[in-house]
Design a protein around this ligand. Structure first.
Ligand SMILES: Nc1ncnc2c1ncn2[C@@H]1O[C@H](COP(=O)(O)OP(=O)(O)OP(=O)(O)O)[C@@H](O)[C@H]1O
Ligand SMILES: [Mg+2]
Length: 271
């Protein structure tokens, strides 16, 4: 990787606006992601999570606003941004007819890295795929495929990783395996932007959680900050803390459709 990280947030999004014909999907999205942290972008179906990720990964142009990744502007420095990131999840890139190891070697070769075999073997070990390495990916379980997909995205050590619904469709066991993998990423200083509709996932993984609704970030804070938005409910003598689900439903509204429910409750500025 030649793209050097710069000081400041790993991801900075300011006033992002995007429409598809008459459909206004993003109406001024703002957030920062601190380097080496996991940031979860939560939202209902169609809220615009993938649209944000596609803009940040230079696959789509915003109508207005700015976005920077690893200190590079997505519109004017797209090549530097691409060198700084990898993208996985809703766009799984694994090739079924190759083995797990062959998939990894292929990507390392495409990235012109030295010693693709060693890179592949290290990643297989890290993602507990060594035993399955020679088998065709078509024989892998959903969790193994997703782990391989994340392993592929790490080739070349990109400083910023986008995971678009990384555990959608996985069973609880596979989901736990992916969570473990994602937690390990930040131990190595990688910044992770995760999109999810799974509130447990955001609670488990993210240091900061933002809720995208009605084209804007309506809430942005740590889990405990989000929980403070709702007063604890008293049940006889026992205090019940609100869950992230309670907070989500309270700020988004149960309808999840019109996009106007919930006022702006951003919790201060991002660091
Ligand atoms: N290329 C496109 N052309 C037209 N409409 C689009 C396009 N891409 C996305 N949309 C629309 O924009 C809205 C936001 O889509 P997006 O995929 O960003 O949502 P999402 O939050 O990722 O949803 P999901 O949780 O279902 O993945 C949706 O209404 C979608 O139909
Ligand atoms: Mg999506």
């Amino acid at each position: 990787m030649t793209a050097q990280p710069t000081a400041g947030p790993a991801i900075r999004v300011q006033g992002l606006v995007k429409s598809f014909n008459k459909l206004e999907v993003l109406r001024g999205v703002d957030f920062d992601v601190a380097p080496g942290s996991i940031f979860a972008l939560l939202g209902s179906n169609g809220a615009g999570k993938t649209t944000v990720v596609r803009i940040l990964s230079t696959l789509l142009r915003a109508d207005s606003g700015t976005a920077g990744v690893n200190g590079f502007d997505v519109a004017t420095q797209a090549a530097n941004v691409r060198e700084s990131i990898s993208l996985t999840g809703q766009f799984a890139a694994v090739d079924d007819i190759l083995s797990g190891r062959e998939n990894l070697v292929l990507i390392a070769r495409l990235r012109h890295l030295k010693d693709p075999g060693t890179i592949a073997d290290d990643l297989l070990d890290r993602f507990s795929l060594t035993d399955a390495a020679p088998r065709k990916v078509s024989t892998y379980s959903g969790g193994m495929r997703r782990r391989l997909d994340i392993a592929m995205s790490l080739i070349g050590n990109p400083p910023v990783i986008f995971l678009d619904e990384p555990t959608a469709g996985l069973d609880p066991q596979a989901r736990l395996e992916v969570w473990r993998t994602v937690k390990e990423l930040t131990e190595r200083g990688t910044t992770v932007l995760l999109t999810t509709q799974d509130l447990d996932e955001a609670e488990q993984l993210a240091e900061r959680i933002a809720i995208l609704h009605g084209g804007r970030i309506i809430v942005n804070g740590t889990l405990s900050e989000l929980k403070q938005l709702l007063p604890p409910a008293e049940v006889e003598y026992v205090e019940k803390q609100p869950t992230l689900e309670d907070v989500f439903l309270a700020v988004v509204g149960d309808d999840g459709e019109d996009g106007n429910a919930g006022d702006d409750r951003s919790l201060g500025t991002n660091e």
